[in-house]
Write a protein that binds this ligand. Structure first.
Ligand code: ZN
Ligand code: ZN
Length: 383
């Protein structure tokens, strides 16, 4: 078959400008693209012919050579009628990249679909995360917890091989073990992950029925975990190899336990220190006395309240806090006093308090200092 004239192929007239040739090429390329012409057996050949023509015409030097000598200018270079995948002799790089300027916006990226796969069948299992809520008492003493982790475990019927009876896998017949297949898409050869073996390059002839050939099955696994004393929200405990089972004999992932502290009814925590707000009566605050406070180990401590204690007064109990996670002693417990105003007074109590108030002249150190400041403030406003 005689080669057609490049201008005819592009639908352009002789002497057309580079811009016009490019436009003409785009129109034809859309029209003839194999993706739109699945019912036209000639489309692919015409599309190749079009690309060959534009490859020459978009290059000023090659266009000049063609204008002068016709097809003879490139003879021996196109590998027999444009069937070759390379550009003309002396061209640099492969055909697809030579066209990338117009191809990207026309057809998107042709070289996609690579990636994935690899030659090895074995695949490491994923790491798993397990959120574990722990009470303050458990974090104080340390605790052993049994947790149920939904995970996939090695199939015990095929011992993780994925093959019935534990048979050895065979080379994938679709991709001959490459893990990838090449497909002709229009003018281009596209590499894709092999659909038969998903890129593994190997497959089992008779997949294990228990695990459908994956070598692992979904299962709730019961695990006993040692939670050391001193953990707090954000502490991570790694259990090596207790994550998801690997695929087809690959190693297991790890299991990470993320600690989250439950709120405590009495204690708040700040690192290794504990904080506890303790209400005391008006009389205890004024006269002094003792209060009994709970401690995190389940015991109690007696704390002396000095006479005249105010709300907000803090006292520190050494080493009654939380243990440090990596050793090194314990934190403190900080007690903050809160003086309570009595409510639901009897007539007698009211009477006593009224009497008290008439006698109270300068018993409120904070109050007197506040009101003298207020007086100074008002005096300042007047002047
Ligand atoms: Zn199995
Ligand atoms: Zn394959």
């Amino acid at each position: 078959m005689a080669k057609r004239d490049y201008y005819d192929i592009l639908g352009a007239s002789k002497g057309a400008s580079a811009e016009d040739l490019k436009k003409a090429y785009r129109v034809k390329a859309k029209e003839l693209h194999p993706d739109r012409n699945s019912d036209n057996p000639n489309a692919e050949a015409q599309f190749k012919e079009l690309n060959e023509a534009y490859e020459v015409m978009k290059d000023a030097d090659k266009k000049a050579a063609y204008d002068r000598y016709g097809h003879a200018a490139f003879e021996g270079g196109m590998g027999g009628g444009g069937a070759g995948q390379r550009g003309y002799a002396g061209g640099n790089g492969d055909f697809a990249s030579a066209f990338s300027d117009v191809f990207e916006d026309l057809f998107g990226n042709f070289t996609g679909g690579r990636g994935g796969g690899g030659r090895s069948r074995a695949q490491r299992g994923s790491d798993l995360r397990y959120n574990l809520r722990v009470s303050m008492e458990e974090a104080f003493a340390g605790v052993q917890k049994t947790i149920n982790v939904p995970t996939s475990v090695t199939c015990d019927i095929c011992h993780g091989t994925g093959a019935e009876g534990g048979a050895e896998p065979v080379t994938c017949p679709t991709c001959s073990g490459m893990g990838k297949v090449r497909a002709q898409q229009g003018f281009f050869t596209v590499e894709r992950t092999c659909p038969t073996c998903n890129g593994a390059g190997q497959m089992v002839k008779n997949p294990c029925k228990n695990c459908a050939g994956h070598g692992r099955v979904e299962k709730d696994r019961s695990l006993s975990v040692n939670i050391p004393a001193g953990v707090e929200t954000g502490t991570r405990i790694r259990l090596a190899g207790e994550g998801e089972a690997g695929m087809r004999g690959g190693p297991s992932g790890d299991l990470y336990i993320f600690i989250e502290m439950k709120e405590h009814a009495i204690f708040q925590r700040d690192g290794v220190h504990l904080f506890c707000r303790v209400p005391i009566t008006l009389a205890t605050a004024a006269l002094g006395g003792e209060v009994e406070v709970p401690t995190i180990d389940g015991g109690k401590s007696r704390v002396k309240v000095p006479a005249g204690a105010q709300t907000g007064k803090q006292m520190r109990l050494r080493a009654k806090g939380m243990p440090a996670l990596r050793g090194g002693g314990s934190g403190d417990m900080v007690i903050e006093l809160a003086v309570e105003t009595p409510v639901n007074l009897t007539a007698r109590q009211k009477e006593i308090l009224r009497e008290f108030d008439t006698l109270a002249t300068d018993n409120n150190p904070e109050g007197s200092s506040f009101f003298s400041k207020v007086k100074g403030f008002w005096d300042g406003m007047k002047s």
